[in-house]
Design a protein around this ligand. Structure first.
Ligand code: IMP
Length: 214
């Protein structure tokens, strides 16, 4: 069975990816499961660069297939802030109640059509042969006029999704959010990449076996 490392120690993310990659002939490991303890500097300028840095670092270290993600919130009125700084915005230890209220206050009085925002997730997949592929998932929405809802995490209480007429913190189930989320979209796209890679590899192995027996 192929081993794939997801470069995270976040169990919530592991559950989400296990759910989406369910049915594939793979053994999925977190950094901890793989016995890796490193602090990778996320010093890229985009979600994509950060995801690639993480995936390639762990891939070079282990020689295994490695997935890594980077995600965040882009608010158009704030020139796409907090973006890649989403978790560090106003300070890493600042509670989200403060970060969320800050954004709400910044957009006070701003008309609906200028409140657009999106959650972005980029997943990078690094293969031991040196190739890295990325896929992006986006959930479009807008900044709510007030903090609403207690489900989810981070910026969920201010991220309003018009299609569902609620914030992502007010979604009736976590399953619904996980189905429509930026991360789910990127994960589903990366699953296609993995399936293609595995099919190609199986074919190469069959060709090898064929030429060995000649
Ligand atoms: P990470 O790259 O997945 O660790 O996410 C970085 C930051 O983006 C998080 O700490 C949150 O601030 C924000 N973020 C990413 N995804 C979500 C989400 O689904 N809901 C709320 N906030 C999110």
């Amino acid at each position: 069975m192929k081993r794939i490392i997801f470069a995270t120690n976040n169990e919530g993310k592991m559950d989400e990816i296990r759910d989406i990659l369910n049915g594939m002939e793979i053994e999925l490991l977190s950094l901890k499961d793989a016995g890796i303890d490193i602090d990778i500097k996320e010093n890229g300028k985009t979600f994509e660069e950060n995801a690639v840095i993480k995936a390639e670092t762990v891939c070079k270290l282990t020689g295994e297939i490695v997935l890594a993600d980077d995600s965040g919130l882009e608010v158009d009125y704030l020139v796409k802030a907090p973006g890649i700084y989403s978790s560090r915005f106003l300070g890493e230890d600042t509670p989200y109640s403060v970060k969320n209220q800050y954004i709400i206050d910044k957009l006070k009085g701003i008309e609906d059509d200028k409140r657009s925002a999106r959650f972005v997730c980029v997943i990078a997949c690094s293969f031991p042969d040196g190739i890295t592929v990325t896929r992006t998932g986006i959930l479009e929405g807008c900044i709510a006029k007030e903090i609403s809802g207690t489900n989810g995490f981070g910026y969920d209480p201010i991220f309003y999704v018009p299609e569902y007429n609620c914030t992502t913190a007010e979604m009736p189930t976590s399953e619904l959010k996980n189905k429509i989320s930026h991360r789910a979209k990127a994960l589903k796209a990366i699953k296609e990449v993995l399936l293609e890679y595995m099919t190609q590899h199986e074919n190469q192995e069959i060709e090898h076996e064929g030429s060995d027996s000649k």
